[in-house]
Design a protein around this ligand. Structure first.
Ligand code: KIV
Length: 274
């Protein structure tokens, strides 16, 4: 990733921009991206931060969970996304088992992502077990985003996609984890599928921004999975998703017309031939 030093073109969003937005209470708009073309459109539309989420395991690869996604696959998608972006900050999800074995391995893998993709930082899922890794990674100059609440890499442990931190004990633990992650130097924390009142309290208790997904309006910003927002992913529709388009219908109808034209010899026409 090139940090823009000239005055032409949009100014790149960095951790400093994100911190300034948090200080001014300007809401941060984030979405996921997995490929060059989509990343370019989302960037042009003004999204502040693009996450190359391991949700690609579900919405791109068709798996039931994010568990099968590999580090090489994340790097492949992240390089494509980075090529499409001029302004947004690009963050790459560290996939399952790329950082859980031990601190050294997680740290080295985060470095690999930074060196090979040109992204602006990485994201780790989890609470206290990630704190030392975050501290070490940030000390090495790698911006880190935390992720608490419904962390999809632990889905088998949770036993389903129900909201998290609904008991007072869990809420207390999440609040402490958020503080520890902020103290370790993370620049932001994703809060996924937790009660809005708890997200509000956590947001008020730390200085770094919280980015909510199913965590209510009082977070410092919001993130959604782009194929959900565009109405492309139809496998399930969580309550926290707002669909801004019905692209699946649009694609089926346009491609249906193309198929008909080909079969009826209506395409290509004289103006589309040499
Ligand atoms: O993988 C992902 O897309 C994510 C977001 C939903 C936060 O982690």
């Amino acid at each position: 990733m090139k940090i823009k030093t000239t005055t032409s073109g949009p100014k790149r969003v960095t951790t400093r921009t994100i911190a300034e937005m948090r200080a001014k209470r300007a809401s941060i708009a984030c979405l996921t991206a997995y490929d060059y073309l989509t990343a370019r459109l989302l960037d042009q539309a003004g999204v502040d931060l693009l996450l190359v989420g391991d949700s690609l395991g579900m919405v791109f690869q068709g798996h039931e969970t994010t568990i099968p996604v590999t580090l090489d696959q994340m790097i492949y998608h992240a390089t494509a996304v980075v090529r499409g972006v001029e302004r947004a900050m690009v963050i790459v999800d560290m996939p399952f088992m790329s950082y859980q074995v031990n601190l050294e391995e997680g740290f080295r893998n985060a470095g690999r992502v930074m060196k090979e993709t040109g992204a602006g930082g990485v994201k780790f899922e989890g609470g206290d077990r990630t704190v030392e890794l975050i501290r070490r990674t940030v000390q090495a100059g790698i911006p880190v985003m935390g992720h608490l609440g419904l962390t999809p890499q632990s889905i088998h442990q949770f036993g389903g996609y129900q909201p998290r931190a609904v008991t007072p004990e869990e809420a207390k633990r999440l609040t402490a984890d958020a503080k520890a992650i902020a103290d370790a130097g993370a620049f932001a924390i994703v809060l996924e599928k937790i009660p809005a009142a708890l997200a509000k309290k956590v947001t008020a208790s730390i200085l770094i921004p919280t980015i909510g997904i199913g965590a209510g309006v009082h977070c410092s910003g919001q993130i959604l999975v782009t194929p959900d927002v565009l109405g492309l992913y139809e496998d399930f529709h969580p309550r926290f998703v707002r669909k801004y388009a019905k692209l699946a219908d649009e694609v089926r109808s346009s491609v249906g017309k193309y198929v008909k034209d080909v079969k009826d010899l209506g395409f290509p026409g004289p103006g589309e031939s040499y």
